[in-house]
Write a protein that binds this ligand. Structure first.
Ligand code: M6R
Length: 605
């Protein structure tokens, strides 16, 4: 999604800005641009192609300057054309970049038109540029403070004015913005990752903050205009660049990184203890009797999977809700609920808003299961569990999902133990299973050549059904999401028992039906559902555990999985579905890591 980089330095800053955009590319964007102060006025280059094209443009035009802002845009208001690409100018005096959505932009545009401002883009952003320009009286910081009071919606902005050529001002509300503190130079970015290599000292702005960066320092005020101090933290992990290595795409690399990511995520301790989730976790867990899980997309499916564990292992009632629905629904708050948000990025706008909504309703105990320790979600929850998946570049989430599952399993066993449902023997058994998981995953990854053969068939299809039951129904949902988002094949997932209540009408010889078949207590029921498909000519592609006695025959293709892995089986079964989606997308020649219309981190509503 949109990305911001800004800098004030004593050196030509263009390459730092462009490199910052390059680091944010994986989030998804459809245009990009950079502006610097040059000979007393802002000068810019913009591209509706990739950052590499922008880089070529700035080199050809010898764009240089010591103060600048840059942006990757994921279109919301207005098509991805050059006029709509940021930086947006106001009267060639002010340049601005913006992440987020301004909800009252239409009324502001009318008001600014009446004042004589001409609009040249279809963006909501242009109203911010003209608004700040209209209020400018020689102090950019002051005019930004005044202007943002009139904005409704979400924004992170960085802005510069020709009369203050060594100043960049930023503001945030509902979209992240961090300050990078350098040596004789200072930066702004929507994600600290953008500034790797320039600084590892970061201050994370809070909602409503306005910031001014100059060569000399950083000035911050909060939403009331009161000077604010935001702790500067060293975030060393951002130092390393993410390399593709021998893999064809980041998604493939990330699928194969899962054994390592899971090893890093499993807690080191030889027992399950509430302290894994934070200092106050024991006290918080003692006071709860149910869970409310809020998340989006793949993270929502990890919540759905976790519900089975939480209710069967910890016997704790669990509700799982899509964050964008919960935030606008009238719900009944329960002071005894633990609110759990699950997110790879920790910045997903809908999940963040749902968390804040839950808190505003009086929910006191909150826990984030998240892959980014410095994210807004981790900072805004009482407790946290960090997944150690490492940076996930592919838009399609893979290693973030399986590490989230590990985190949620640890939560289920920890609560189960505290509530007296997991004894010492069972605890040891769960821990042993967790520790063997990476090795089991390696044996599933070895199935890749067989999956590639299936992918050739799938690449020619336009529809697919995914079936699972019980604990593996959310895995079928995740498999269908993976296939649709990167191969653009329409895919639906159903609990296999639901087939006869409607979707069976879709089954013909042209419909591939992917079936997740663990050797669990529902196996015989699942086999009956498979027969229902075969009787209608549907072709089954089954990932079957050893011991299921499901064999390949006419219309049934089987890939043999290892022995059933008990409650952790979903973590094994999702991997072949990731590989099937990946290789199908490769066979169809799609842009696997950056699928059309999608962004990695969805920071707008
Ligand atoms: O960063 P988050 O986990 O909060 O993101 C939530 C979803 O946007 C994300 O899982 C999305 O569904 C993925 N593209 C799925 O692969």
């Amino acid at each position: 999604m949109c990305g911001i980089v800004g800098a004030v330095a004593q050196r030509n800053i263009v390459s730092v800005l462009v490199e910052g955009l390059r680091r944010l590319e994986y989030r998804g964007y459809d245009s990009c641009g950079v502006a610097v102060m040059s000979n007393g006025a802002p000068k810019r280059a913009r591209s509706v192609s990739r950052v590499s094209d922008l880089d070529a443009q700035v080199r050809d035009s010898h764009l240089d300057g010591v103060t600048g802002i840059a942006h990757t845009r994921w279109a919301t208001h207005g098509a991805p054309v050059t006029d709509n690409a940021h930086p947006i100018f106001s009267r060639d005096a002010l340049a601005l970049v913006h992440n987020g959505i301004i909800e009252n932009y239409e009324s502001l545009r009318e008001m600014l038109r009446d004042k004589g401002y001409e609009f040249v883009s279809q963006t909501d952003t242009e109203v911010i540029a003209h608004l700040i320009h209209s209020m400018y009286r020689g102090d950019l910081f002051q005019s930004v403070r005044e202007a943002v009071k009139q904005l409704h919606g979400a924004y992170a902005i960085a802005v510069m004015h020709k009369d203050q050529p060594h100043t960049v001002v930023g503001a945030r509300q509902g979209s992240p913005l961090v300050v990078g503190v350098g040596n004789g130079e200072n930066f702004l970015a929507s994600d600290a990752l953008a500034l790797a290599g320039s600084t590892d000292h970061f201050a994370f702005l809070e909602e409503g903050d306005v910031v001014e960066i100059t060569l000399d320092g950083v000035k911050i005020v909060d939403r009331e205009g009161v000077p604010a101090v935001r702790e500067v933290r060293v975030v060393a992990a951002y130092g390393g660049a993410v390399e593709l290595g021998p893999y064809r795409h980041f998604m493939q690399k990330e699928i194969f990184e899962q054994p390592r990511a899971i090893t890093d995520t499993i807690p080191q301790a030889d027992h399950f203890d509430a302290s894994i989730f934070g200092e106050n976790a024991k006290q918080a867990f003692d006071g709860i009797d149910n869970l409310l899980i809020l998340a989006c997309g793949t993270s929502y499916y990890s919540g759905l999977t976790a519900k089975y564990w939480l209710e069967s292992i910890a016997k704790i009632p669990t509700q799982v809700e899509i964050a964008s629905e919960y935030r606008y629904r009238e719900s009944v708050p329960d002071p005894k609920a633990l609110v759990v948000v699950i997110s790879q990025s920790g910045e997903t706008a809908d999940t963040l808003a749902a968390l804040k909504h839950a808190q505003s309703l009086g929910h006191k105990h909150t826990l984030a299961v998240c892959n980014v320790g410095t994210s807004a979600m981790v900072r805004q929850t009482e407790l946290s569990f960090l997944t150690h998946a490492g940076t996930e570049i592919g838009v399609a989430s893979t290693k973030a999902f399986t590490t989230q599952l590990v985190g949620m399993f640890v939560l289920a066993v920890t609560l189960g133990k505290m509530r007296g449902f997991v004894d010492a023997k069972q605890e040891t058994a769960y821990l042993t299973q967790l520790r063997h998981l990476p090795a089991a995953l390696n044996s599933v990854l070895a199935l890749e050549p067989q999956i590639i053969a299936w992918a050739e068939d799938f690449a020619r299809k336009e529809n697919a059904l995914f079936l699972g039951r019980g604990l593996h129904y959310p895995i079928a949902l995740e498999g269908a999401l993976k296939l649709k988002e990167i191969s653009y094949i329409h895919a639906e997932a159903y609990p296999a028992g639901e087939l006869k209540h409607g979707p069976l009408a879709l089954v013909t010889e042209a419909m591939p039906v992917v079936t997740v078949a663990p050797n669990d207590t529902l196996l015989e029921k699942l086999k009956s559902n498979m027969q229902e498909v075969r009787a209608r000519g549907g072709e089954l592609y089954v990932f079957a555990d050893a011991g299921t006695r499901i064999v390949s025959e006419n219309g049934i293709h089987v890939i043999r999985m290892p022995e059933h892995y008990g409650p952790l089986s979903p973590i094994l079964h999702v991997v072949p579905l990731q590989l099937l989606a990946y290789h199908t997308a490769c066979a169809r020649g799609t842009d696997v890591d950056k699928p059309r219309n999608l962004a990695k981190s969805v920071t707008v509503e």
